[in-house]
Ligand binder design. Structure first.
Ligand code: 8YV
Length: 323
């Protein structure tokens, strides 16, 4: 049987590329000199797309409309804000993502980033590496401590709950905000501003996309207050970056720990100058064991289509109804 045609929107891990090459006839957008010409040339035969937020390509309604035989979009990552799932649903296209396999890794990274930010660990390491400990003495005592903090978690899905479990183990009181209340033993607040007023440490772990754009805005940062610490492990678009930079520059909040940015991989140069910000380059899930599991799940979903089997992890907006 002829292998179905697949459009890959950007470079993927070798384990993805090798296995997809066996199951599909793969057309690589990132290798094309003229991307438009490549799409125009294969539009009529493409049945599957393999994509991910890191490729910078939006798999939107306009692209889907150009691919009349498209049946499945396999997304590398649990967050699929670069794929228009509503447009896919309207066309009967299944979107798959990579949930569960990265939950604990991202939660681990979040707690690491929280500790780094509150206790200024990267800054103090820098102090040692620059030879200042021996020359100038101890690194300053940090204003922040996890010991007297109250945690607010914005988003209480699988990763939010894994973060909460870790915060419980750290002995920290936990509150949360979601659109709909979840069955968890933490204090619920119906809006981000009310949550920010009630706590001094806010962790953002919502999905990205239009529904959460700038959900952390100037009003939420003002409510968080001068002791406030913001941790963003979700998507850059969830935070009004200009408002955050102003709050950090004017010290109207204490500090921020960020793993994600609006224009990533480009980072606003004003953030780089701030010594009350800890900046990670989107490494939430970025270990070899976890990325291998994510990659295999991308392959398993797409290969299921090639074998006319049900996809493993379709997203809720596009439930599987048969190929
Ligand atoms: C990946 C992520 O870095 O799973 C996600 O939603 O943000 C990360 O694990 C990203 O998806 C790579 O495209």
């Amino acid at each position: 049987m002829a292998r179905p045609a697949l459009l890959m929107t950007g470079p993927m891990m070798p384990l993805i590329e090798e296995q997809l090459d066996r199951a599909f006839e793969v057309h690589r957008l990132h290798q094309a000199k003229d991307r438009e010409a490549l799409i125009a040339g294969v539009a009529g035969i493409i049945e599957a797309v393999c994509t991910g937020g890191h490729t910078g390509v939006k798999v939107d309604g306009a692209l889907m409309a150009r691919l009349p035989r498209l049946r499945i979009v396999g997304n590398f990552g649990v967050g699929y804000d670069s794929v228009d799932a509503a447009a896919a649903a309207a066309r009967g296209i299944v979107v798959t993502n990579t949930p569960d396999v990265l939950t604990e890794e991202v939660a681990d990274t979040t707690l690491g980033l929280l500790l780094m930010t509150v206790r200024e660990l990267p800054q103090s390491e820098q102090w040692l590496r620059a030879g200042r400990w021996a020359k100038e003495g101890d690194y300053r005592l940090t204003a922040g401590s996890l010991r007297d903090r109250s945690i607010g978690i914005l988003g209480m899905g699988r990763i939010g709950q894994a973060i909460a479990r870790r915060c419980e183990a750290f002995g920290l009181p936990i509150s949360y905000c979601t659109r709909r209340q979840v069955d968890v033993p933490y204090t619920y607040y119906p809006s981000p501003v009310e949550l920010a007023k009630a706590v001094d440490t806010l962790i953002v772990i919502t999905p990205g996309g239009g529904g959460t754009r700038n959900i952390i805005d100037a009003a939420v940062l003002a409510a968080l207050g001068p002791r406030g610490v913001l941790i963003n492990i979700a998507r850059g678009t969830c935070v009004d970056e200009a408002a955050l930079i102003e709050a950090l520059e004017k010290c109207t909040i204490l500090a921020a720990g960020l793993d994600v940015y609006c224009g990533e991989p480009d980072v606003d140069p004003r953030l780089l100058k701030l010594d009350n910000a800890v900046l990670l380059p989107h490494v939430g899930s970025a270990s070899i064991p976890t990325r291998n599991k994510m990659g295999q799940l991308v392959v398993d979903n797409l290969a299921a289509y090639a074998a006319r089997k049900p996809p493993v992890t379709p997203v809720p907006e596009t439930p599987f109804k048969g190929w």
